[in-house]
Design a protein around this ligand. Structure first.
Ligand SMILES: NC(=O)c1ccc[n+]([C@@H]2O[C@H](COP(=O)([O-])OP(=O)(O)OC[C@H]3O[C@@H](n4cnc5c(N)ncnc54)[C@H](O)[C@@H]3O)[C@@H](O)[C@H]2O)c1
Length: 317
């Protein structure tokens, strides 16, 4: 199989590309290596995770339809795994316009080209943030998601709507993946677990919202990769899948484990709830399980792997 992976220099993209190539698929990466977070980390990630393979990498922006069309024409891919996006919730409150351009406009470019070049399957990243402040727990794919509370969440919901149009009206098979708080080695420095680790190592104060009374369905990167590949492989209708850890954790327990692995107590400043943040994200993963998926890695093992990687990468003794 030949698969175009957009956002292939990103956290989830690089790991998924690696796994696909390990089993013999051909991978073509599209990424613009932007500086939303340090592009050096993106380059090292690609260098380290993909060193044994010959992934073709196009440094291109998914907002550029003409560039994308040249790649589609040349590569003749079977499937698309679309992960490129502006991904932070908080940054979207300050810079909403780019979220519409990349996450909605870029996705639409890719859907249109996938229709035109008769792509077999279009699998794309959505997010648990589309559930917004929904009170019904756990979040199920059939729940209403009409109340996003950040531009990021709205952009993901909009991309789901466009994907739905392409499957219903243009017969393109589209599968959306609502990922729940993904963590692991080579992760994203803008995410809370990464910042907590960095600050605990450096003896700096971490900011914890809502007195730490938050629950997250933390999902280890390997579970995200196996769920994503399962969906790429299996015959399914056009639909949406939650991919979550299947075991909601209290934020303070998560922090306690980071302290344990770093070997230092955190200095904590408790702050009120922030706009755009949600108190609980808990996934119902029964759809993914019915396809054969089984999330497995708990935060004990997952955070140890992350902190070990962090210590090594940033040379913290
Ligand atoms: N990590 C999570 O917890 C999480 C949770 C829910 C959903 N998601 C979604 O999963 C996907 C992957 O997330 P990630 O954590 O790997 O993020 P990431 O930021 O590490 O990866 C995204 C990649 O997309 C690239 N990109 C961004 N804008 C681009 C553009 N205009 N053109 C080309 N490339 C562009 C970036 O350079 C980056 O390498 C995203 O769609 C994100 O919204 C992630």
């Amino acid at each position: 199989m030949k698969i175009i992976v957009t956002g292939g220099a990103g956290f989830i993209g690089a790991y998924t590309a690696k796994k696909l190539m390990e089993r013999g698929d051909e991978v073509v990466i599209i990424d613009n290596f932007n500086d939303y977070y340090d592009p050096k980390l993106k380059k090292s990630r690609v260098k380290n995770l993909l060193k044994k393979f010959s992934a073709k990498i196009y440094t291109t922006d998914i907002r550029n339809y003409k560039d994308l069309e040249r790649i589609f024409k040349k590569e003749k891919a079977d499937k698309i795994l679309h992960l490129a996006a502006m991904a932070g919730v908080r940054y979207s409150l300050l810079n909403p316009l780019i979220y519409e351009e990349v996450n909605v406009g870029g996705t639409l470019n890719l859907l249109e080209l996938s229709k035109k070049y008769k792509i077999e399957k279009f699998v794309y990243a959505s997010s648990s943030s589309v559930y917004g402040g929904n009170k019904k727990i756990p979040f199920s794919e059939t729940d209403s998601v009409d109340n996003p509370i950040s531009p990021y969440a709205a952009s993901k919901k909009a991309s789901e709507l466009f994907a739905n149009v392409y499957s219903k009206t243009f017969d393109l098979k589209t599968i959306g993946l609502r990922f729940f708080t993904v963590y692991g080695p080579w992760g994203r420095p803008d995410m809370a677990y990464f910042k907590f680790t960095q600050k605990i190592f450096n003896g700096e104060t971490i900011e914890v919202y809502n007195k730490g009374k938050m629950q997250r369905d933390f999902t280890y990167i390997d579970d995200i990769v196996s769920g994503t590949i399962l969906v790429l492989d299996k015959e399914t209708d056009s639909k949406i899948f939650n991919i979550g850890g299947d075991k909601p954790e209290q934020l303070m327990d998560f922090i306690a484990l980071i302290e344990k692995y770093v070997g230092k107590k955190a200095k904590i400043k408790f702050l009120p709830m922030q706009p755009g943040e949600v108190k609980k994200t808990i996934s119902d993963v029964s759809s993914l399980k019915s396809l054969g998926g089984k999330p497995g890695i708990g935060i004990g093992e997952g955070l140890k792997n992350f902190v070990d990687w962090y210590r090594d990468y940033f040379d913290k003794k």
